[in-house]
Design a binder for this molecule. Structure first.
Ligand code: CA
Length: 724
């Protein structure tokens, strides 16, 4: 019974005042009957369209159908936000192994129950007043998924619809859960080819009678597509490929014939092309169009992928599809000839804006490529595109042609080039927020170049990164800095006027890869930081009004809800995701325990717990007698860099990481090395078997390399402190 909230509470005063006891009892009985029969999670078309009249609810990832991440609540506002404090928290930590994972979802709250997805695609339902767990669903996702995921085993949310909760899992299944119990009602396999490194981290999108889901994997070599399943039965209704396959095999649907005209007939069809739709989706119930963005190319360089015709539809594009038929209504390609990891997957925000004296139904995106796009969402017509961060790959976007004006600096074919924005983008998956009250979009923006270089040659390698290029974070060698305004890793909260196409204000931040944004009718903007703070800004000026340290880095966007006249703000804290393998400067995960938590705040709450400081890493105690010769150890290092460094570090100096540092591996782990690396003893915790790519001898060479590194650490420590 705990699942069903108490809708009768609001009428209690009326009941108490009723003079007629019998009438009162009858009302109570009717109320009790309605509670007993009420199904939780009643989200439907009418409630989504009428969400303005239910300001206390948070129905979907971005609250309502617009994806604005805006709450009409104003009980918490500039006059009282200094009183914001702790309400409750929930241990959202992984229950698989000891590696803490990033959290990226925004809590949905419907009629007093909170639904949120966690790492490893787990889902919890909580009493939104107290945090009491009502159920927790574990899809038991394949631990080998961690090896196929570019960016941690994260999940960006569930969809709640008509008493069901939809979750897409890291290993490619879409499941419908009973919102009351968490019981699985149906489960569909969304992957077409399980030999490829697809994963799902995105939230499903309900659109009419289907639930739509894409996937990721374009860094590894996949062909992008989205799939639509019947909301009731889970039956596949349609599938839309975002890039054509080899034309000699024909086309799955008519749009691909048109798309294929923008590809070289001799393209690298083996790698797959990329274009995976791994995040931003939206649905306009009135236009009956589902929108999604597509990811980067694969391999990145056009000279390896499609040398003659380079636009390559529908890479790096925003598409509108009729969810009843699966047919394309319109597309807009943000980055023709994509070769910089400029996914167009950032969250899509729908709004009505007055542009040029005329109200337009728009779709907005702060694209990874650094341009802020405003499209007419009925027609796909480009209304404006202005850079919101510094860019040097293009000088602008032509409104006449809709195409970017690409610069010579953008091509790294002949020599490495410092390109703005870098691979992380001007803005990544972290939700931006649009406030209809201020007319501003609040963007968790990034201003960082990357040094792009091409591989000398390219050949598809199953199971590995297949980018054919590399992007290096700063520091940048002097010879490549010319003309760059700076060469730092910078981040800022940016308030952007989407009509005037200019910044209203921006706040530089000392931490990097900061959280998604919530704005409220209290004229407030809430954003967590990777440095482990929840910060509240004045929506019109950017003035910091409140700063609460939590100690855990925050990437996810908060949500706001109201119960019994009390407004709450909820946020998932837990760092990881795309930078799980390389904690950036300023990240709390470098200094504090990266404990994954759901934290809820209210006015006049208590003190928020700050996670404990980390101990400095211990010097390994045991020295190893390494019998392997120098060539074997050098070979072990090469194998380590190929297969292990992507997670366990080694590419970057001083790269703190969420994964175990193998140079500090325990003696027990060394004793079990074969069983872990070859036999997959820790596969459920995310450490997959590597027996498909490593022989036992090769594993032993890696181990010998690690043991020499361990010995080197001990030697260095003893040299620094000879008395020990
Ligand atoms: Ca990408």
């Amino acid at each position: 019974m705990g699942v069903v909230p108490k809708p009768c509470g609001a009428s209690g005063g009326v009941l108490m005042a009723a003079r007629n006891l019998i009438l009162s009892l009858t009302a109570a009985l009717l109320c009790w009957l309605s509670v007993a029969s009420a199904d939780p999670a009643q989200v439907n078309r009418d409630r989504l369209l009428g969400a303005a009249s239910e300001p206390g609810q948070w129905f979907s990832r971005g609250r309502d159908w617009t994806g604005q991440f805006y709450s009409p609540l104003d009980r918490i506002n500039a006059s009282n936000v200094t009183r914001l404090g702790f309400a409750w928290e929930y241990d959202a930590g992984t229950r698989r192994g000891r590696v803490q994972r990033g959290l990226e979802a925004t809590p949905i709250v419907v009629d007093g129950v909170m639904y949120v997805s966690l790492a490893w695609s787990e889902v919890v339902a909580l009493d939104a007043r107290t945090g009491t767990e009502l159920w927790r669903y574990d899809p038991k996702a394949d631990g080998a998924s961690d090896r196929r995921a570019c960016c941690d085993v994260v999940n960006r949310g569930v969809a709640v619809w008509q008493s069901r909760v939809y979750i897409a899992t890291i290993d490619g299944y879409l499941a419908a859960l009973d919102a009351k119990t968490g019981r699985e009602i149906w489960r569909a396999d969304t992957f077409t080819d399980r030999t490829r490194s697809n994963t799902i981290t995105g939230a499903p999108q309900v659109a009419g009678h289907v639930v739509v889901i894409g996937n990721g994997g374009s860094e590894f070599g996949v062909r992008g597509y989205v799939s639509a399943f019947d909301v009731d039965s889970g039956a596949l209704r349609w599938r839309f490929y975002t890039v054509p396959g080899d034309p000699r095999r024909g086309y799955e649907h008519p749009e691909l014939r048109m798309a294929a005209k923008t590809w070289d007939a001799n393209s690298d069809w083996l790698t797959g092309g990329g274009g995976s739709a791994w995040d931003g989706m939206a649905y306009d119930p009135r236009l009956n169009l589902v929108y999604f963005g597509t990811g980067n190319s694969n391999p990145y360089p056009t000279w390896f992928r499609s040398p003659q015709r380079t636009d390559n539809l529908f890479l790096a594009s925003i598409l509108a599809v009729n969810p009843d038929t699966g047919r394309l209504k319109w597309y807009y390609q943000t980055t023709p000839g994509e070769m910089w990891d400029y996914d167009a997957t950032q969250p899509l925000v729908l709004a009505d804006l007055k542009i040029g004296g005329r109200m337009r139904q728009v779709l907005m995106q702060a694209n990874k490529n650094g341009f802020f796009y405003v499209l007419d969402r009925a027609s796909g017509k480009l209304l404006s595109a202005k850079n919101y961060v510094y860019v040097n790959w293009a000088t602008g976007v032509s409104l006449a042609t809709g195409r970017p004006m690409v610069t010579a600096q953008s091509s790294y074919k002949d020599k490495p080039k410092l390109i703005f924005p870098g691979q992380v983008g001007g803005h990544n998956w972290h939700p931006m927020s649009y406030s209809p009250q201020t007319g501003l979009v609040y963007i968790p923006a990034i201003d960082t170049p990357m040094l792009f270089s091409t591989a000398p040659s390219y050949e598809y390698r199953p199971g590995e990164f297949n980018m054919g290029a590399a992007g290096a974070f700063p520091p940048v060698p002097d010879e490549y800095r010319q003309g760059a305004p700076h060469t730092e890793m910078r981040a800022m909260l940016l308030a952007w006027d989407p009509v005037g196409q200019r910044a209203a204000w921006q706040i530089p931040q000392s931490s990097y890869y900061n959280g998604g944004v919530l704005s409220t009718a209290g004229e407030l903007v809430f954003q967590g930081t990777s440095s482990g703070h929840l910060v509240v800004y004045a929506a019109r000026t950017g003035q910091v009004l409140k700063d609460i340290e939590v100690g855990t880095g925050i990437m996810a966007a908060p949500s706001a809800y109201e119960l019994d006249g009390q407004e709450y703000v909820a946020v998932l804290a837990g760092f990881g995701g795309g930078l799980q393998k390389m904690f950036p400067p300023g990240a709390a995960a470098r200094t504090h325990r990266n404990e994954s938590r759901l934290i809820v705040f209210k006015l006049d709450g208590g003190a928020t717990r700050v996670t404990a400081l980390l101990e400095p890493p211990a010097i390994p105690e045991q020295r190893y007698a390494v019998s392997a010769d120098a060539d074997t150890i050098a070979g072990g290092k090469t194998l380590y860099m190929t297969h292990c460094a992507r997670c366990h570090g080694g590419f970057w100096e001083d790269a703190a990481s969420g994964y175990p540092d193998l140079k500090r591996m325990s003696a027990a782990a060394h004793a079990a090395f074969d069983s872990i690396v070859i036999d997959g003893a820790l596969r459920n915790a995310g450490m997959a078997s590597f027996q498909d790519v490593l022989s036992r001898d090769q594993a032993h060479a890696i181990q010998a390399y690690l043991q020499t590194e361990t010995n080197r650490l001990i030697d260095a420590a003893q040299a620094a402190h000879p008395t020990h």
